[in-house]
Design a protein around this ligand. Structure first.
Ligand SMILES: [Zn+2]
Length: 385
């Protein structure tokens, strides 16, 4: 360590230990004054808020809560929140120094939110968008089952309505108090995003703010068609110390900052907060003309009229050629194909085709051209065109 970096470290340590000029144990927005985390300048909160919580001294982007962000990004009076009453429960009856239910209650009283995310729709410079904003003040923005569910519902709504999605991430990762249930949210959100992006061909922009770490980075934060970040934001999966201990080597000073990640190709753009709304609206305006996008026609979550048990019965039946009824059914089906095809040399019938045909026949909701006479092939996958 060079002498300069040592001095820098000492200065930072001093800043960390210095008393903050707001009330202890209270929300940062409650006091009158606060201190910049980066340069240590004392800031008047009212002016800081007017400057979108960007430090006057050094331009550092301080943390912003979800309500402020929505006010800043969405046109006044157009915000329509979703699922405001969905609230977490305590399936594991988890307890560390404090019971999980108590932690939840504290956080809910302090922030006025039910969980660490706000979702909804609104106009961004007149463009309708679906927006989800995570709130770091609620238990470190951790992703529990409520966060996962609200984001998934938002994505599904956006898919049906053909809206672009913007998710503003600020999170410490998955919520350990909910164990495996919180990890499952990663897969759930990713699956919903897959339908949104790849089947409906709709836009998803993720905006990474400081800090975005853990399970959130490992799932939806990095899945954006475009990934924006705020300057100097901390973005990573595991913490710096853990990586240093694992690799047994010194990491660069700017490791896990937005600038470092942009340089290494993980991000698309670093946008200062004051330009974020403009950058988003211009990007979405460009995307408006995208030719391939689909709207409202995605058969997501739709099921045929059959119950699971009936489907299983049919599956077993079609897999048992020794069943006397099987041969009758196969003959009928062959005859039907002859009639449809008006051709005598149609000799592709086997058990597999019968299985597929039965499955398709059961799903009366689909309107897929499942039989292509030219290529004599069955298509069982829905076609998005
Ligand atoms: Zn500063």
């Amino acid at each position: 360590m060079s002498i300069l970096s040592w001095i820098e470290d000492q200065r930072k340590l001093k800043l960390l230990n210095a008393p903050k000029y707001n009330q202890p144990d209270s929300d940062v927005s409650q006091g009158l004054w606060t201190r910049c985390d980066h340069c240590g300048v004392i800031l008047y909160i009212k002016h800081l808020k007017e400057n979108q919580r960007v430090c006057f001294g050094c331009g550092y982007h301080l943390q912003m809560n979800s309500t402020e962000r929505i006010e800043y990004l969405i046109d006044t009076g157009t915000w329509r929140p979703f699922d405001e009453t969905v609230s977490p429960c305590d399936p594991l009856e988890f307890r560390d120094q404090k019971a999980y239910t108590e932690r939840l209650k504290d956080a809910q009283e302090r922030t006025g939110l039910q969980d660490a995310v706000q979702t909804g729709t609104g106009l961004l410079d007149g463009i309708p968008v679906a927006l989800g904003v995570m709130d770091f003040n609620f238990m470190g923005g951790s992703m529990g089952s409520v966060v996962g569910e609200k984001i998934t519902r938002l994505i599904e709504y956006a898919t049906q309505e053909g809206l672009p999605i913007i998710l503003v991430c600020a999170s410490g990762g998955a919520r350990m108090q909910e164990g495996i249930l919180s990890l499952m949210q990663m897969a759930k959100i990713s699956a919903a995003l897959h339908v949104h992006q790849n089947c409906a061909k709709l836009l998803y922009i993720s905006v990474l703010t400081s800090p975005t770490t853990g399970g959130v980075t490992a799932s939806f934060a990095m899945l954006g068609d475009l990934i924006f970040a705020e300057p100097k934001a901390l973005i990573g999966f595991a913490g710096r110390r853990v990586i240093e201990q694992t690799l047994q080597e010194q990491l660069p000073d700017d490791f896990q900052t937005a600038e470092y990640l942009l340089h290494h190709g993980l991000l698309d753009l670093i946008v200062p907060r004051s330009f974020l709304k403009q950058a988003l609206s211009e990007t979405i305006t460009l995307y408006k003309e995208a030719p391939l996008k689909q709207r409202g026609r995605i058969p997501y979550g739709k099921r045929g009229p059959m119950t699971k048990i009936r489907e299983e019965q049919i599956r077993r039946f079609t897999n048992s050629p020794k069943n006397p009824e099987y041969q009758t059914l196969l003959n009928d089906f062959t005859e039907l194909l002859y009639l449809l095809n008006q051709e005598k040399n149609f000799e592709v019938f086997d058990q597999q085709i019968l299985t597929k045909a039965l499955k398709l026949a059961c799903k009366t909701e689909t309107s897929i051209n499942w039989l292509n006479f030219e290529s004599k092939e069955f298509s069982v996958r829905p076609i998005f065109n």
